[in-house]
Write a protein that binds this ligand. Sequence first.
Ligand code: NZQ
Ligand code: ZN
Length: 381
Amino acid sequence: MEFSYSNPTVIHFGKGKIASVSKAVPKDLKVLVIYGGGSIKRNGVYDQVTAALADHDWIEFAGVEPNPRAETLDKAVALCKDQNVGFVLAVGGGSVIDGAKYVVAAAKYDGNGWDILEGKHKVRDALPLGAVLTIPATGSESNIGAVITRGETHDKLPFMSPAVRPLFAVMDPDVMKTLPERQLVNGLVDAWVHTCEQYLTRSHGAMVQDGYAEALLRTLKHLGDNFDARDCDEWRENLMWAANQALNGLIGAGVPQDWATHMIGHELTALYGVDHARSLAIVQPSLLRHQMEHKRAKLEQMGQRVFELAGGDDLAERTVDAIEAFYEALGVKTQLVEHEGDKAAAIDRIVGQLERHGMVTLGENKEITLDRSREILEKAV
Ligand code: NZQ
Ligand code: ZN
């Protein structure tokens, strides 16, 4: 095992913590507050943030959409450049925080921001960023990744840079009280799949990473099985912390990682507007069955330690069935239903997108070729 690990994001977790924005954001820099479609105006988060910024010089940019679009974000980039913004505060979910990551990176770059997504510009410098999280799901509030969409061309691509990791993240579980049930479920499923992407690979003997991943999976399963208890502090706190820990770099340190479900799922979102988490639930069970022989040992381990299934030759298969049943019990479909027209045409489109985006050797073994992605989709679409 070999890795370098650092996660310097300061976490302010708990009720009332939005007030900590006041001290966490430097007062000598002009601040741009970025947010989404307005949920923060309706649930009091905006008021708490503006109260905390009472002694700051700040402006705002609203309207970052779910699956944030470069076309929109470029307007915020221009605002940063024109108004000499020195600090960006993202207030929202993964979309707003990812969008803000693009903004802080592109604000320090003279070329077209989309170059970042195409790998033509490597991000080494960015404006400082802070985050107030309003939906637990992506872990974006303390990680180095962002996923940005170019609406015009249906491209949804990730980039990563330590330069865009938020300096601090405020995580007040009370903000979850206004989340629509659909978004709450999405967050749970996304965090679950993030854990799986770093855990369901091959046996590697890293007991701490495996053990911690299993603790997260058991937590998420418990929360899902007890979804009726969601309207209490403990339930909300556990989901918010689990989702953060699932993708803050810790459980993936020094171990093989998959991420093929995510890369294929992104194309479902880009083409058919499927919610991010729901795209994962469509792809993952089929992918796990397709990759069964590579993943058998870890699926068996998960079956025993997370689902507490009895041993047997078909334990790995039963574990995938249990994952699928977990999604279905949460009301999350495991087949693509959003596509229009016939299935074969939909699969051609998705595979065409994967090819165009260079997603031609996916998975921990880099052996999910386009043909294999096609086979996976044929069972999922
Ligand atoms: O825009 P507003 O009005 O705020 O409404 C949002 C949005 O419609 C609403 N919402 C958020 N907090 C709320 C709330 N509604 C009521 N009360 C609240 N407290 O929820 C909707 C969805 O928000 P969004 O930010 O899109 O959700 P999520 O956090 O699931 O983010 C998804 C995005 O993150 C990317 C996804 O691809 C997708 O674009 N990901 C980012 C990752 C990362 N940076 O590491 C990893 C993930 O795998 C993922 O790919
Ligand atoms: Zn995800």
